[in-house]
Write a protein that binds this ligand. Structure first.
Ligand SMILES: [Zn+2]
Length: 210
């Protein structure tokens, strides 16, 4: 146990129960770990232009409340547990770079952090695949969750992202990280931008599937 764990005893990110010890980066109590709404292979969507999709959990119950909590308060510590839940599915040798779906500068300023970026950085530490910010959100759009149809969501993200100046996705197999996947419109658009910038392949991972 490290000193920080003694000063701030780790609490389960889903139910808040005090934990005697963490399992590596995973701060989830045994009973929540047992009850997590896990996805099955048949739940995972096929997304156009995306090589593979990794999403361990469903966006419901305790997963939903935990993600809402991270988004609207400042519990950035949750990100390391989220990454620890995704990491077992990721094979280091299949990827050259990890990157994330970016939020706008104003959203980042308002929240103080970018949750997909935090998850991506932790995932990079856990897997050993380097993290690089390859994308930029360059236009304003509506919040995807306010739109109901797939078509509206696709239209809403068109032209909103671009490759960052100085980043070089050419020839790389990239793992793109988001927090929640709903229709996949956002990650598909980001994947298209990365492929247009020369990426060899883009796979996607997220904590939860809505
Ligand atoms: Zn718990």
């Amino acid at each position: 146990m490290d000193l920080l764990d003694l000063i701030y005893p780790p609490k389960c990110i889903f139910c808040g129960a005090l934990m005697e010890k963490k399992k590596g980066k995973l701060c989830v109590c045994p009973s929540c770990l047992n009850e997590l709404p896990r996805t099955e292979d048949r739940d995972i969507p096929v997304l156009q232009g995306v090589e593979r999709v990794f999403v361990p959990l469903k966006y419901e119950g305790m997963v939903r409340s935990s993600l809402l909590d991270l988004k609207f308060s400042y519990r950035s510590a949750n990100a390391s547990s989220y990454a620890a839940l995704i990491a077992p599915r990721i094979k280091k040798e299949e990827f050259d770079l990890i990157t994330c779906v970016p939020v706008s500068r104003s959203t980042r300023r308002k929240r103080g952090f970018d949750q997909s970026e935090l998850i991506a950085e932790e995932l990079s530490r856990l897997t050993g695949v380097p993290f690089s910010k390859l994308l930029l959100k360059c236009a304003r759009n509506k919040v995807q969750s306010t739109l109901s149809t797939r078509e509206e969501r696709q239209e809403n993200v068109k032209g909103v992202f671009k490759a960052r100046t100085g980043s070089d996705p050419r020839g790389k197999n990239i793992l793109l990280v988001d927090d929640i996947i709903t229709t996949g419109a956002t990650v598909s658009e980001c994947a298209a931008v990365l492929r247009n910038a020369g990426a060899s392949s883009v796979s996607v991972c997220a904590l939860a599937l809505a």
